[in-house]
Design a protein around this ligand. Structure first.
Ligand SMILES: Nc1ncnc2c1ncn2[C@@H]1O[C@H](COP(=O)(O)OP(=O)(O)OP(=O)(O)O)[C@@H](O)[C@H]1O
Length: 251
């Protein structure tokens, strides 16, 4: 089911006092695509994820997901509708195994409050966690303390945890940060598999240009909270506006 719009922003604006982090941003994400969001530091990329997931409320404009407005909904409601995310900095719990991480992450009911006991006894949750564990090749590490694993594996656990809720849209905030070249290549294959086999749509923020350019089918380029370019990597790479705003600074 590709070709349909999954996520849509219309003139999305987010201000923090005098700072305009998102400035009338409009774009559509098509179902089944792997889409990159790039732009210089402070361009508004993380703010974008925060407004999509309900961590922040828009100052003006709208966000819709599967045709339904999600502006103003609480984060757990949005997560429950099928939007999952990972964060720029790893957020794993101390002294919890990989398996426990996969069980606690699944939102249910009206909030996150009773996650651990409910999920532990929930057959469907365990089945889903088992599937994700296998998909991510983490079976042998299930009883390991997640926070003590090598960096690349910790990132993998985080992503697996996001997946246990069964999302349609996965938001990844700088998934490659801190990874070595081999880990980045493995991640790339994993993301393609997630899209191909689980039908996920993936929106990712990333500073690693070679990763973005070889993985993503479509890119949005932000600068000062506005979209300054979009298109396939080939198109974006040649866009003079993008080059001067971002790639030019970086390479
Ligand atoms: N909670 C907040 N309060 C005040 N200002 C904020 C807040 N969050 C973000 N900003 C500001 O909004 C702007 C966009 O920040 P944001 O973190 O979204 O950029 P970014 O593109 O993700 O940057 P980076 O690539 O460095 O992570 C910046 O000027 C930032 O200082």
């Amino acid at each position: 089911m590709t070709g349909e719009t999954l996520l849509s922003l219309d003139r999305a604006t987010k201000r923090f006092g005098g700072i305009t982090a998102l400035d009338g941003l409009s774009f559509n994400v098509t179902q089944g695509e792997i889409v990159g969001v790039i732009g210089p530091n402070g361009a508004g990329k993380t703010t974008l994820f925060n407004v999509i997931t309900g961590a922040y409320t828009l100052t003006s404009g709208t966000i819709s997901y599967r045709g339904q407005s999600i502006g103003g909904l609480r984060p757990h409601r949005i997560a429950g509708m099928g939007i999952a995310r990972t964060f720029q900095n790893i957020r794993l719990f101390a002294s919890m195994t990989v398996w426990e991480h996969l069980l606690v992450a699944q939102p249910r009911g009206n909030g996150w409050s009773h996650l651990l006991p409910a999920a532990m006894g929930d057959k469907a949750a365990r089945r889903r966690a088992e599937e994700v564990l296998t998909f991510f090749g983490l079976e042998d590490l299930r009883n390991r303390d997640a926070a003590t694993l090598p960096y690349g594996l910790q990132r993998r656990v985080e992503m697996a945890r996001a997946l246990t809720a069964g999302p349609r849209l996965l938001l990844l905030d700088e998934p490659v940060a801190g990874m070595n070249a081999d880990e980045a290549e493995e991640l790339k294959s994993l993301l393609v598999a997630l899209r191909d086999q689980m039908g996920l749509t993936i929106l990712l923020i990333e500073h690693d240009m070679s990763f973005v350019m070889t993985l993503c089918e479509y890119l949005f380029v932000l600068d000062f909270g506005s979209k300054i370019g979009e298109g396939t990597p080939t198109v974006v790479r040649r866009d003079p506006k993008v080059l001067s705003a971002y790639l030019g600074d970086d390479e």
